[in-house]
Design a protein around this ligand. Structure first.
Ligand code: GLA
Length: 363
């Protein structure tokens, strides 16, 4: 019997480059998703096909020499192999994948792919996997098989997302709080349509800098550094490492505060934290770029905008804007026109809804 599963992409409201430092993040799952149609096979082969690519790819579940091929199939193969070898033995299957998550835009198209395939494969193999185990298997696939040293934010929110809410996640304990989003505001995502080459290697370098900073301060991770402790140590750190650590330490604190403020309906103050986060990512963490900075500046002067910042890893991709529902159409129109005029690029602007995490959609 054919069954279908779906897993969403995400947008992060605040808490950037904090997940792999054991800090807080505040993402929402959004109404762009990867969907998988899956049919069991009688052998132990998994075959992957996609609406977006002409070729199919198959692999045996028991191949000890399986290696990433540096293409979209790695995410699906990686999670299949991790599940299969960590207590969730899988049956062979044919998977057909579609995705509405823009690729390379920083909205977690890869996490959506991993989670939807992992859920589908586990389900047809007779396992009821917990959302947390699924998120962890997907993270392991990305870290170990694909070779991207990302944190758990994307996989966690793709599995745990809640309708009309953001998730405040403590990436150390993996405890989380569901925070309803105010009905009067909309999540508006502006895609700069640029992706700078640096993205993959610069990400791993930032992570390395954070590990160096924590090591030099004698703590397991930057989550363990309080503002007072940082003030004491900062002068002894090399300039670049100091700036990276400063961003992470402040952003972890800012994210927890921002989620509290939003719970009490404080949209204006929450928006101020968003701007602060952007400035810190631009000046201290140095993961923004001219197009992202421009998009934030164009948004900031529009009526009805509470806050704006880059979202995701950086070096291109999208900004997230919290906009008064009444001003959304005007915002779209004005920002798109101004960005086009300044850069010659027509941006995509999406008004998103926060949605539930991965689930079966078989009809
Ligand atoms: C990417 C990674 C996440 C996170 C963000 C930055 O999206 O996949 O784990 O580190 O960058 O906040």
């Amino acid at each position: 019997m054919r069954r279908s599963f779906s897993a969403p992409g995400r947008v992060n409201l605040i808490g950037e480059h904090t997940d792999y430092n054991d800090g807080f993040v505040f993402p929402a799952a959004i109404d762009f998703a990867a969907t998988v149609e899956i049919t069991p096979r009688s052998d132990r082969i998994v075959e992957l096909a996609s609406e977006h690519y002409p070729d199919t790819f198959s692999f045996p579940l028991d191949d000890p020499d399986a290696k990433a091929r540096r293409c979209w199939t790695d995410y699906a193969q990686g999670v299949a192999l991790v599940l299969h070898h960590s207590g969730y033995p899988l049956s062979g299957a044919d998977l057909f994948i579609r995705s509405s998550v823009p690729v390379g835009a920083g909205l977690s198209s890869s996490a959506a792919l991993e989670v939807s395939c992992g859920l589908a494969l586990a389900a047809i193999s007779g396992h009821s996997i917990s959302r947390l185990d699924l998120a962890k298997a997907c993270l392991e696939a990305e870290n170990e098989f694909v070779g991207m040293r990302c944190g758990i934010m994307d996989q966690f929110v793709s599995t745990h997302g809640c309708a009309d809410s953001a998730i405040l996640l403590d990436c150390r304990s993996l405890e989380y709080r569901v925070v309803p989003l105010p009905a009067s505001a909309r999540l508006v995502i502006c895609n700069t349509m640029v992706k700078h080459q640096l993205a993959g290697s610069a990400y791993n370098e930032r992570r390395q800098d954070c590990e160096t900073a924590a090591h030099q301060m004698g703590v397991p991770s930057l989550r363990d550094v309080t503002a007072a402790m940082f003030a004491e140590f900062a002068d002894a750190l090399p300039a670049r490492i100091r700036l990276r650590a400063q961003h992470v330490i402040q952003e972890i604190e800012r994210t927890e505060r921002a989620a509290d403020v939003l719970m009490m309906g404080g949209l204006t103050l929450f928006g101020r934290y968003m701007y602060e986060s952007h400035e810190s990512l631009r000046d201290a963490y140095e993961v923004s770029c001219a197009e992202l900075d421009l998009m934030v500046e164009l948004a900031r002067v529009q009526p009805g905008v509470f806050g704006a910042r880059m979202t995701g890893a950086g070096f291109g991709g999208c900004t997230i804007n919290l906009v008064d529902a009444q001003y959304v159409n005007q915002f779209r129109h004005e920002v798109a026109a101004a960005y086009h005029e300044a850069t010659g690029i027509a941006p995509d602007i999406y008004v998103c809804r926060a949605v539930q995490g991965a689930h079966e959609i078989t009809t």
